[in-house]
Design a protein around this ligand. Structure first.
Ligand code: 3PG
Length: 210
């Protein structure tokens, strides 16, 4: 079950890759330092090929697609090897398409109405996006009260300083974030620096969740 894997890993690195040649070294840094997972965003032309490379060369890694806005992108992501789909918002067409194809999907929500729409579609886990600007942990705790069966994957504005509090709350499956896979580090090939940030993030998960 994918959400059990999310929960175990704790932090889902949100990746923007401009060049598929960076996919393998990035995957290696993630897998070797405790976060064997990536949400590769469909914001760049390199996303599809990067998913393909990661899935092929790191078969034990949990590779998914993010910023998925259309059913066509769902197809491209899944054909490339993506094991899950994440979207910034809740597009019922995209969500239903994933459900019909048995592909785990985590759409972005922010309001109670969007969360109810997710429940109506049969989902039990939603992304909360953008987490910090939308009220952060306080907001999640407030909406978790009525929606007792819903769990959350907050993403947006999360970092090594505030992630502990999110991870400590039982309704949070995992946090998404890009702070340990920064674009400039990838572009400059600073894999050691990136690896240290990944290791730090994985250490926080271990510290909070054991
Ligand atoms: C994003 O949209 O890039 C993700 O939500 C990650 O947000 P972050 O860069 O604030 O971690």
């Amino acid at each position: 079950m994918i959400f059990e894997q999310f929960s175990k890993i704790g932090i889902i690195p949100v990746v923007v890759l401009d060049d598929p040649k960076d996919a393998a070294p990035l995957a290696k840094a993630l897998c070797e330092n405790g976060l064997p997972c990536a949400e590769v965003t469909f914001r760049t032309a390199a996303a599809e090929e990067s998913i393909r490379v990661m899935s092929r060369e790191f078969p034990d890694m949990l590779v998914g697609a993010g910023t998925v806005l259309t059913t066509e992108q769902v197809d491209r992501a899944v054909n490339a090897g993506a094991k899950f789909i994440v979207s910034p918002g809740l597009n019922p067409k995209v969500v239903q398409y994933c459900i019909d194809k048995s592909i785990p999907v985590t759409p972005g929500t922010q309001t109670p109405s969007e969360m109810e729409q997710a429940l109506e579609l049969g989902l039990k886990v939603v992304k909360f996006f953008p987490a910090e600007p939308a009220g952060g942990l306080n907001m999640i705790k407030a909406v978790a009260a009525p929606y007792t069966e819903l769990k959350f994957m907050p993403t947006g504005g999360i970092n090594a300083k505030n992630v502990r509090d999110y991870l400590a709350y039982s309704k949070i499956i995992a946090c998404g974030g890009s702070w340990m896979v920064k674009k400039d580090l990838i572009a400059a090939g600073k894999w050691d620096e990136l690896a240290a940030l990944v290791k730090e993030a994985a250490g926080i998960v271990k510290e909070v969740r054991g």
